[in-house]
Design a protein around this ligand. Structure first.
Ligand code: FE
Ligand code: ZN
Length: 504
């Protein structure tokens, strides 16, 4: 009787490989027909098998892990709702940071779902495809958990209703929307760099971390929990993003200048998008754990710079000028943004307010070079008007940057003129376009046909595409209830609701 020799067990790496690789090369269809987007960006990939899966997770273990996370999150959200957790936050002004999050960030999570699904289909390598598919499902979970968590606040406070329409239509939300539209209409490799690098590195640390610690400092345990639940996926996403960038760089030397251009584009776009976060951190949180300036020092000047250094061996160069501008702007950004939001409050789905004496002192302490000199006098002036019952609301429409879509509120700090707005212009096909910075101008010049199509809210209003030519007509189209969702926090129904909570 002969005994079959025992088969050697595969090690984990090989087992995973056989489980996830179809090893299928199409024979009766041309490769470019099956994968039509692989060549359009000029990226050359010679060996898809060189893609290493950093996590080697199977769908089975993925579902179990994620279900565990959701179970914990939803039990905490339930407890928060049953105990009327909204009464334990520091102040109802804080809720406006959640309104910005739900209307600006949550829809982007959803956009990323379709983005990663497309990339999973577009890439030829199965390893890369599966990693992208899993991230698509993660992002869907983030989208859902954010909506579920924040929906509790919708029962008591204004401005959360119809957040999708608001995201698509409101002027300041065209900043995140255009960021997402730009990424998702790019080719698959640029998408990977934009989201894998800009989103996961620049945005995640400068958006999620300050936002979640802000929630913790202001008694919002429900938001802290969805934040942690999303962050636990984030380490996987950051690894994937970096893996993707390194993979593309290693495949061919011709890829390096293309990736360099994308990294600069998306670092700048990500940074401009974060200007909204700067004002949230410094002005919208009643208790601020850290200032915007401190966050920039940690996440951009230290971590961001270290990341670029790490990529130097692949031929990537540090974007020195950009880092210099970010460093120069760090002491001005949040103040310039909040000033703008304060005066344009009529056309916003949030409330704004003047910083009180405590907040102003905190700002003086955190911004010793700039706050008392440039910004405290402005807020003092607004206060004089408000105290007389003449709270100032601007009725003009600002000029927006064609690329980042932030109004031209930035000033020439590097040129030593912090009181002078920066404004750059280009002519293209006989039309004039405006920019906030050389960074945004540069992005336009590289892809003018893309950026001339930008949907700029003030232009759209003037062209009659936003419900009409008057403020009430535009607000109606925005789905903003005048006097309820917009204007100063003082005197708002939110304030009335909060006082009722406090007096019971
Ligand atoms: Fe996410
Ligand atoms: Zn710009």
């Amino acid at each position: 009787m002969s005994v079959e020799p025992r088969k050697k067990r595969l090690n984990k790496k090989d087992a995973y490989k056989y489980m996830t690789r179809l090893g299928w090369d199409p024979t009766y269809q041309k490769e470019e027909d099956v994968y039509p987007y692989l060549k359009m960006e000029g990226i050359k990939v010679h060996d898809w098998e060189a893609w290493e899966d950093p996590f080697r997770m199977t769908m089975d273990s993925y579902w179990k892990l994620q279900a565990e996370k959701d179970k914990k999150l939803y039990s905490i959200i339930d407890a928060f709702a049953q105990n009327n957790g909204q009464k334990n936050i520091t102040d109802a002004r804080y809720v406006n940071a959640l309104k910005i999050f739900l209307t600006a960030v949550t829809p982007l999570e959803h956009k990323v779902v379709s983005g990663f699904t497309n990339v999973a289909r577009a890439f030829k390598g199965e390893g890369a495809s599966i990693a992208c598919q899993m991230q698509a499902i993660d992002e869907l979970r983030h989208y859902q958990t954010q909506v579920h968590t924040i929906s509790h606040y919708n029962k008591y406070f204004d401005g959360f209703h119809d957040y999708r329409t608001i995201h698509d239509r409101l002027w300041y939300l065209s900043v995140p929307k255009s960021f997402g539209d730009d990424a998702s209409t790019a080719g698959p490799f640029e998408f990977m760099v934009s989201i894998g690098f800009a989103f996961e590195f620049v945005l995640t640390s400068l958006l999620f971390v300050p936002f979640m610690s802000g929630a913790a400092y202001n008694g919002d345990m429900a938001t802290v929990t969805f934040g942690f639940s999303a962050q636990s996926d984030e380490s996987r996403h950051m690894t994937l993003g970096l893996q993707a960038v390194k993979f593309i760089l290693e495949q061919d030397a011709d890829n390096v200048p293309i990736v360099q251009e994308w990294m600069e584009k998306w670092l700048w776009r990500g940074y401009r998008l974060l200007s909204i976060v700067s004002m949230m951190m410094d002005y919208m949180l009643p208790n601020s754990p850290t200032s915007w300036k401190e966050a920039v020092e940690l996440y951009i000047e230290q971590n961001g710079v270290a990341l670029f250094k790490d990529l130097e061996k692949y031929g990537i160069k540090m974007p020195e000028d950009m880092i210099k501008t970010i460093r120069a702007e760090k002491e001005h950004l949040s103040h310039q943004l909040w000033k703008t939001f304060y005066v344009h409050s009529t056309a916003e789905a949030i409330h704004t307010w003047l910083p009180d004496e405590n907040k102003m002192n905190w700002l003086s302490e955190k911004y010793p070079n700039t706050f008392d000199k440039y910004y405290r006098p402005v807020f003092d002036e607004y206060k004089k008007h408000a105290d007389k019952g003449e709270r100032y609301y601007s009725e003009t429409l600002p000029c927006l940057c064609q690329t980042c879509q932030v109004p031209l509120v930035f000033t020439d700090i590097e040129g030593g003129k912090p009181n002078v707005f920066t404004h750059y212009q280009n002519e293209y096909n006989g039309e004039r376009f405006h920019f906030c910075s050389p960074g945004c101008q540069d992005i336009f010049e590289k892809q003018p046909e893309k950026f001339v199509q930008a949907w700029l809210p003030p232009h759209q209003i003037f062209q009659g595409n936003c419900g009409g030519a008057t403020i009430p007509e535009v607000l109606k189209w925005y789905k903003i209830e005048h006097g309820v969702d917009n204007m100063d926090y003082v005197g708002s129904p939110d304030e009335v609701m909060w006082n009722k909570f406090k007096n019971n």
